[in-house]
Design a protein around this ligand. Structure first.
Ligand SMILES: Cc1cc2nc3c(=O)[nH]c(=O)nc-3n(C[C@H](O)[C@H](O)[C@H](O)COP(=O)(O)O)c2cc1C
Length: 216
């Protein structure tokens, strides 16, 4: 038996969704979690935890489809000013420091250093890179669009022009990119509307391989 929903379930009507759609909590589809860094107009590093992104590529390049950049944050402003940013993937051991950037969000703060992380300049783009993060993508803004007219956030397409990856994570038999030591995922609170009573809260998780496609 399947439950079907096309309007907000009774149990979720009064829930604080922090701007998210109720369906996201019913679906609870994880997406990669990362720290995106750029320079503010005063030259200081900005850092923004970000999710709701997919990565796609082809003959014309490799792109980050960042689906929800708030128009009210520093990231949006810096992307408009310089067009450059770095996407930094952290393993679980760095999660707390990376989350600390949310508190260290003042315009006149170096958000990377203030959070106990090391800032180095990217090679190809005008943006800071977090040294401790095991994988870094140097990016340039290609285009942006509102998904619906008047949205508070934009969908931004960033072209990835250079990849940095730690040797231990490059080796899938060592730290790799998946499993306990790999990329983190943002998991929206998986709500069961049939039993729900409470507020939304999200989780952070990892992903693991279960089969090799080559078996088919
Ligand atoms: C797990 C997680 C995911 C987030 N994802 C996004 C996101 O996709 N888009 C966004 O605009 N803010 C997102 N945020 C919120 C920003 O990280 C936060 O508001 C940050 O302080 C904004 O930084 P900025 O003003 O320097 O850009 C997320 C926060 C967390 C904890």
């Amino acid at each position: 038996m399947k439950y079907k929903y096309d309007s907000v379930p009774e149990s979720m009507k009064d829930m604080q969704t922090y701007g998210f759609n109720w369906m996201e909590f019913v679906a609870s589809i994880p997406s990669p979690l990362y720290l995106i860094t750029s320079y503010k107009s005063n030259g200081l590093p900005n850092a923004c935890m970000q999710s709701w992104t997919t990565f796609t590529g082809g003959a014309n390049g490799y792109f980050a489809i960042v689906s929800s950049v708030s128009k009210y944050g520093h990231l949006y402003k810096t992307l408009h000013e310089s067009g450059d940013a770095v996407i930094n993937f952290m393993s679980a051991d760095l999660y707390d420091k990376c989350m600390f950037t949310i508190q260290n969000n003042a315009f006149d703060t170096d958000e990377i250093t203030a959070s106990g992380l090391t800032c180095i300049k990217a090679d190809k783009v005008n943006a800071p890179l977090v040294a401790e993060c095991f994988m870094n993508f140097e990016c340039r803004l290609k285009w942006e669009k509102e998904i619906c007219d008047g949205d508070d956030s934009v969908l931004a397409c960033l072209e990835i022009v250079k990849v940095h990856i730690d040797e231990k994570h490059l080796d899938e038999n060592d730290l790799g990119r998946t499993g306990d030591t790999g990329i983190l995922y943002n998991i929206h609170h998986p709500i069961n509307p049939e039993k729900y009573a409470g507020t939304a809260h999200d989780y952070v998780g990892v992903i693991k391989k279960i089969r090799d496609y080559a078996e088919y």
